[in-house]
Design a binder for this molecule. Structure first.
Ligand SMILES: [Zn+2]
Length: 348
């Protein structure tokens, strides 16, 4: 499959340019600036009588650390309009989770310095997982950062024509473990565009309390050329479009009322120093694997297990199901479990 660019109507073209734009926009924190911006936001909000829509526009990366009401540091990492209303996506560095907040909530909070942010668990984990030596394959988190008695299940949804492998989810939801059962789905934009009904089915499983899904960015177009060498394949084909690949997938999720997580899986697990540093500036932790089942790797305690839930790698699913069978008693006794991805990181 030849690589394709992000479709013209899907990319974020705030600045009208496809060139790599500055990805972190730091806001000055002078009292005057913040007061003025806050006043403009209030005026804007009162002048608009339109109901909030789910349409997301003007989506861009920012970095604004601030303190919540309990004095804990948070950071706004994306800014956008939902309908006519400015919002931020805010990263909680204790919970390794993003949530949506109004611009007024963020900009009326006391600012935090870089120093306070740098000592948070998320910031420390981000630094660890984006440090040298930048391998071409499988950079980032491959196993838990400390001993755990469980596994981290990650399932890729690369672009595919086949329907979602619901049998995989049924088997996972059938494990003898307390529900909801955690799974990280590495999701691409082109998969979403062809599988809206499957996405709705996944949301139904969450609504029914069966699954707890960590939505992990797997890029928008997931470029891949089976004839190209790794050094020029996957996202290394169009490095200048990397930020658009990341941000346009987040926007697609938010428009479907799905909140992304602060994690990223590189297509093919292929990256280089430049992409890893760009990812770090976007406040996303790369997630690799030490148990890609279709490649014959076996899960150990703490493994990040990799399978494909898009129907394209049945061998991986077959091996996962036999792994489930071998572990069923341990799951029943509670001595093994599937764990949420965020629990793979040291929290201090
Ligand atoms: Zn993939």
């Amino acid at each position: 499959m030849a690589a394709s660019r992000v479709p013209a109507d899907k990319i974020l073209t705030n600045d009208g340019s496809l060139a790599e734009a500055p990805i972190v926009i730091r806001f000055a924190y002078s009292f005057f600036f913040r007061t003025l911006l806050l006043a403009l936001l209030f005026i804007g909000a009162s002048a608009s009588s339109l109901p909030a829509a789910s349409r997301i526009s003007d989506y861009q990366a920012v970095f604004i650390p601030f303190y919540d009401v309990d004095g804990m540091p948070l950071a706004a990492v994306r800014r956008y309009n939902r309908g006519d209303h400015p919002h931020f996506l805010v990263l909680d560095p204790q919970r390794f989770a993003l949530s949506e907040m109004t611009a007024v909530q963020v900009l009326s909070s006391p600012p935090a310095g870089d120093e306070a942010w740098r000592h948070t668990p998320f910031s420390l984990a981000l630094a660890r997982q984006t440090s040298s030596p930048y391998p071409l394959q499988n950079d980032g988190l491959r196993e838990a950062e400390y001993p755990v008695s469980g596994f981290f299940l990650t399932a890729d949804l690369c672009p595919a024509k086949k329907p979602l492998d619901r049998g995989f989810f049924d088997a996972t939801m059938g494990l003898p473990q307390k529900r909801p059962i955690p799974v990280a789905l590495m999701i691409s934009g082109l998969w979403i565009q062809r599988h809206e009904a499957d996405l709705a089915w996944l949301k139904d499983q969450i609504g029914a309390g069966k699954l707890s899904i960590t939505w992990v960015n797997h890029s928008f177009t997931h470029p891949y050329d089976p004839a190209a060498p790794l050094e020029k394949n996957f996202l290394l084909m169009h490095k200048t479009g990397f930020t658009d690949e990341v941000l346009s997938l987040e926007r697609l999720l938010l428009e479907r009322d799905i909140t992304p997580s602060p994690f990223f899986r590189f297509p093919g697990l292929v990256s280089d120093r430049q992409l890893i540093e760009s990812l770090r500036n976007l406040c996303l932790i790369p997630v690799g694997s030490n148990a890609w089942l279709a490649k014959g790797e076996s899960p150990q305690a703490g493994s990040i297990i990799l399978v494909h839930a898009n129907g394209n790698e049945p061998e991986g699913i077959r091996r996962l199901l036999s792994f489930y069978d071998s572990q069923r008693e341990a799951f029943r006794l509670g001595s093994a479990a599937l764990l949420p991805l965020k629990e793979a990181f040291l929290t201090r």
